[in-house]
Design a protein around this ligand. Structure first.
Ligand code: MG
Length: 216
C-alpha cells in the first residue's frame, strides 16, 4: 500500500491539538447508531469509512450483520446523502480507474467518493465538501455524521472539519493494523483523561445500548 503521507503527518498536528483524536461517540459498530434519532436532531448526511467499518477490508459487500442498520441509515438520510469515503476504493493511488469505487457503490447502494489524497488530508475534506455542496439541498459540515474505525484517519478528519459528529467504531470485522490500533486506543485513553471531555447527554440519545448489552 502506498504511504499515507497526510496520515503520517497527523502526529505533528496532534502535538498542537491532542483533542483531534477524541470522537463524539465511540460504539462497537453501526448497529448501535440510531439513524432516525440523528436525522431528527438535524443531521442530514453521513460519511462512512468502508474497510472494517462497513465491509471486510478490500471487499465490496456489506458485512451481513449490518444489513438492517445500513438500510435504516439509507432510509433516514436518503442514499444520495450517504457517502462512502475510503482510503482504498476511490483513491487515485489504489483505484485510479475508479473500478473499485464503482463496484462498492453498486454493492452498498450509495456513492463512493473519488478523491486524490488520502484521509485525513484537507484535500480529501475539500472533495467531501464539494460533494455535499453539489446536492440539490446542500449539506453543511455541522449537519454531517462522520463514521469510521480508525482514529488517525476517520476521527481526525471529522475533527479537522470542526462541524461533524465524529463516530468511532471500535469493532473489527477482520483483524488488521493491530499495532496502530493499539496506539490509537492508548492515545484516546490518555487524551480523554487529560482533556476530561464533558459527557454530552445529547449524543447518548443516538446510541442504542441493546447491541452491546446482547454481546456482554
Ligand atoms: Mg477503516
Amino acid at each position: 500500500m502506498p504511504l499515507n503521507i497526510p496520515g503520517l503527518l497527523v502526529p505533528f498536528h496532534l502535538l498542537v491539538n491532542p483533542r483531534l483524536v477524541l470522537p463524539s461517540i465511540a460504539i462497537k459498530d453501526i448497529r448501535q447508531l440510531d439513524f432516525h434519532a440523528l436525522r431528527r436532531a438535524g443531521y442530514r448526511g453521513a460519511v462512512f469509512d468502508k474497510d472494517n467499518c462497513l465491509t471486510i477490508p478490500h471487499k465490496d459487500h456489506l458485512v451481513p450483520e449490518l444489513q438492517d442498520a445500513w438500510a435504516e441509515c439509507r432510509a433516514a438520510f436518503g442514499p444520495d446523502h450517504v457517502l462512502v469515503v475510503s482510503n482504498s476504493a476511490g483513491t487515485r493511488q489504489q483505484d485510479a480507474g475508479a473500478i473499485q469505487a464503482e463496484a462498492v457503490g453498486h454493492a452498498l447502494g450509495v456513492p463512493v467518493l473519488c478523491h486524490t489524497s488520502y484521509k485525513p488530508s484537507y484535500s480529501c475534506i475539500a472533495d467531501i465538501r464539494a460533494y455535499f455542496a453539489s446536492l440539490p439541498n446542500p449539506v453543511r459540515d455541522d449537519e454531517l455524521v462522520v463514521v469510521g474505525d480508525r482514529v488517525f484517519t476517520d476521527v481526525v478528519m471529522a475533527r479537522r472539519m470542526k462541524g461533524p459528529l465524529a463516530v468511532w467504531t471500535t469493532g473489527m470485522w477482520q483483524r488488521e493494523a493491530l499495532l496502530m490500533r493499539g496506539m490509537e486506543h492508548g492515545l484516546v485513553n490518555v487524551v480523554r483523561r487529560w482533556a476530561k471531555p464533558a459527557d454530552d447527554p445529547t449524543t447518548r440519545a443516538f446510541v442504542r445500548q441493546s447491541v452491546l448489552d446482547l454481546e456482554k
